[in-house]
Design a protein around this ligand. Structure first.
Ligand code: FES
Length: 104
């Protein structure tokens, strides 16, 4: 099972082990880390915004056009911002580190 390391706005790190196929949004939401995922992962909110650690950004793949459009609505956008519902975990992403923005 791959691990995701979430960094909360207060700087605390939380490592969550998930099944392959689980999205970053689902993992963060289910662990009550402050990710809402209001739309359930259908690309119509942006409450699953995460900032991917720069060392991991390329590995998560390129966001789709629809994701980029929705990201424009997110607060605190960064160059490595992604929507957590669009990152599906796999063994290749074991150890993925993402920060949860302060104001999602
Ligand atoms: S959960 Fe709504 S866009 Fe990701």
């Amino acid at each position: 099972m791959p691990n995701i390391i979430f960094v909360k706005p207060d700087g605390s790190e939380h490592t969550i082990a998930v099944e392959n196929g689980t999205t970053v949004m689902e993992a963060g939401r289910d662990a009550n880390l402050g990710i809402e995922g209001t739309c359930g992962g259908c690309l119509s909110c942006a409450t699953c915004h995460v900032i991917v650690d720069a060392a991991w950004f390329a590995k998560t793949g390129a966001p789709s056009e629809d994701e980029v459009d929705m990201l424009d609505l997110a607060f605190g956008l960064s160059e490595t911002s992604r929507l957590g519902c669009q990152i599906e975990m796999s063994d290749d992403l074991d150890g993925l580190k993402v920060a949860i923005p302060d104001d999602i």
